[in-house]
Design a protein around this ligand. Structure first.
Ligand code: NAP
Ligand code: MN
Length: 275
């Protein structure tokens, strides 16, 4: 079984990476950075995003596994003291694979079209101030947006930036993309939908801006600057990202543990006693 490993670069993650390689070697796992079957990330969700983009051209053939060194993550479910168990399972068992939808973003400039895949989201902002953008859904005009920016997220990215701008959380079994606003201007002159909205697979959203407006584009943790953009097309990608699950990691438990917390001593709603 061939694997590759990417760590966050801090001391703890590096030490854990060294430990992992040693244990993996002893169990006959083969380190192969070029064409791995499993890619491990050690650090946080951000580290898994980096691993995803490093192997972007091979995502169809790879299953990702995330180890976290701090708090429990959305993509990183293994704790630092569980590496031994993980290596054992990797060498002796076949994991279940879960697949999550990705977002495809095609940006056309006078120079041509570039295509991107996002695991969390695509963000669009203006470099100079208010973003003005026309949104078309399936080639029909939808709204004229004015404000700080637009976030288009995948279901697994819905707990990231999207949640901070009041987007809904989507279970990653739903093949969809969510479009959310960042501080839209709404008054008697300017009007947008105001709430986030969710598009299914095979729909597409075109974002058209003034070609003279320099744009700041975010693809997950990456920030890119564009000029002379003619159009941006967002859709649910054909490709999916795969995760190797050696044990269950239910999405709603992750959401609860990250945002609500779980009090084991809470005995539920108190029953009112009849007087
Ligand atoms: P970062 O600034 O270190 O990350 C911001 C936080 O988002 C970190 O706590 C990160 O977890 C967490 N995160 C990443 N993906 C997530 C997901 N799918 N669900 C819930 N939380 C998630 O930058 P980064 O680590 O490179 O991560 C980039 C991501 O940060 C972006 O894709 C975006 O979703 C998010 N972000 C959020 C805001 C905001 O909420 N205002 C602004 C910018 C970016 P770890 O600590 O485990 O890495
Ligand atoms: Mn991070």
């Amino acid at each position: 079984m061939k694997y590759a490993l990417l760590d966050r670069g801090d001391r703890l993650s590096r030490e854990l990476a060294d430990q992992f390689h040693e244990m993996a070697d002893a169990r006959g796992l083969i380190r192969d950075d070029k064409s791995p079957r499993i890619v491990l990330s050690i650090g946080g969700d951000g580290t898994l995003l980096q691993a995803f983009h490093r192997y972007r051209d091979q995502v169809g053939k790879i299953s990702f596994v995330g180890v976290h060194t701090g708090h429990l993550g959305f993509y990183a479910d293994w704790k630092k003291n569980e590496l031994n168990e993980l290596v054992e399972l990797m060498s002796a068992t076949t994991p279940t694979t879960v697949s999550y939808p990705l977002l495809k973003v095609e940006i056309s400039t006078d120079g041509g079209t570039s295509s991107y895949l996002a695991l969390n989201e695509f963000t669009l902002k203006s470099v100079e101030g208010t973003l003005v953008a026309q949104l078309n859904i399936n080639d029909e005009p939808f709204e004229m947006f004015r404000g700080d920016g637009i976030v288009v997220s995948t279901p697994s990215g819905s707990t990231g930036y999207n949640k901070s701008v009041n987007g809904a959380i989507l279970h990653p079994h739903l093949e969809a993309m969510q479009i959310a606003e960042i501080a839209s201007i709404n008054n008697r002159v300017y009007r947008t939908l105001g709430s986030s909205f969710i598009l299914p697979k095979h729909h597409h959203c075109d974002i058209v801006t003034d070609p003279d407006e320099p744009l700041a584009v975010g693809i997950d943790h990456l920030v890119l600057q564009f000029r002379e953009v003619r159009s941006i097309v967002c859709s649910v990608a054909e490709e999916k990202v795969h995760f190797a699950r050696y044990r269950p990691f239910p999405f709603w438990n992750r959401v609860r543990d990250a945002f609500i917390g779980f009090d084991e001593n809470d005995k539920g709603p108190a029953k009112k006693r009849p007087r």
